[in-house]
Design a protein around this ligand. Structure first.
Ligand SMILES: O=C(O)c1ccccc1N[C@@H]1O[C@H](COP(=O)(O)O)[C@@H](O)[C@H]1O
Length: 207
């Protein structure tokens, strides 16, 4: 079964709906570079409202270590996700499981970076160019996803109900991650798009 992460949640109702429809994980963006940035209080409100067995993921992009520590203390996410130029050692300093996003905008030229994060719990391949923020809606060539890596791969970037089925069939990732493809505006999830996205993934899983 392909795990599904819905990212960029800013409202409790959207997060609960995503979980009710079948999402496995909820992403909360703390980077000031995001149009989906949440405050600590907003994030805490979402995390405490969730039912058991839903993974919570806190996203950062070249942020201060003090912010990451504050989020760990006050929001208590299950996973961290780093989207910037952070090194493996920097990400690992918190002693907390983390995902490292790899910008796939340069295509195959980005693949050697997949070996740079041996401490990551998983690698998230996103469609944007290096240095750009995620949540951009940009896809990449999914056939580039390599097999044989030790870590689970999470496919992200420009996914929506109309293309996620092909993406899963092509890449067979551990999980998919979506932000803009299930929104009506940044940070505002669209119930019909959420439902169609999760249904499209589950349809391919059942093939
Ligand atoms: O969502 C954001 O605003 C964001 C900002 C900074 C770093 C990462 C961000 N989001 C991540 O990007 C993927 C892909 O987004 P999209 O589906 O292409 O819109 C998203 O799932 C988040 O993990």
């Amino acid at each position: 079964m392909t795990r599904i992460k819905c990212c960029g949640m800013t409202r409790i109702g959207d997060a609960l709906l995503a979980v009710r429809l079948g999402a496995d994980a909820i992403g909360l963006v703390f980077s000031a570079r995001s149009k989906r940035q949440v405050t600590l209080a907003q994030a805490r409100g979402i995390v405490v409202a969730l039912p058991p067995f839903v993974a919570t993921v806190a996203l950062f992009m070249d942020d201060e270590a003090s912010l990451v520590r504050q989020v760990l203390d006050e929001v208590r996410p299950m996973l961290l996700q780093f989207h910037g130029d952070e090194s493996d050692g920097w990400c690992a300093q918190f002693g907390h499981p983390f995902l490292k996003a790899i910008a796939m905008g340069e295509g195959a030229a980005a693949l050697p970076r997949l070996r740079d994060y041996p401490h990551a719990t998983g690698l998230l391949l996103d469609g944007h160019a290096a240095g750009e923020a995620g949540g951009s809606g940009k896809a990449f060539d999914w056939s580039l996803l390599p097999g044989g890596l030790a870590q689970p791969l999470i496919l992200a970037g420009g996914l929506h109900a109309g293309n996620v089925g092909d993406a899963v069939r092509t890449a067979r990732p551990w999980a998919v991650d979506v932000a803009s493809g299930v929104e009506s505006a940044p940070g505002i999830k669209d119930p019909a798009r959420l439902k169609a996205f999760i249904r499209a993934v589950r349809t391919v899983d059942a093939e």
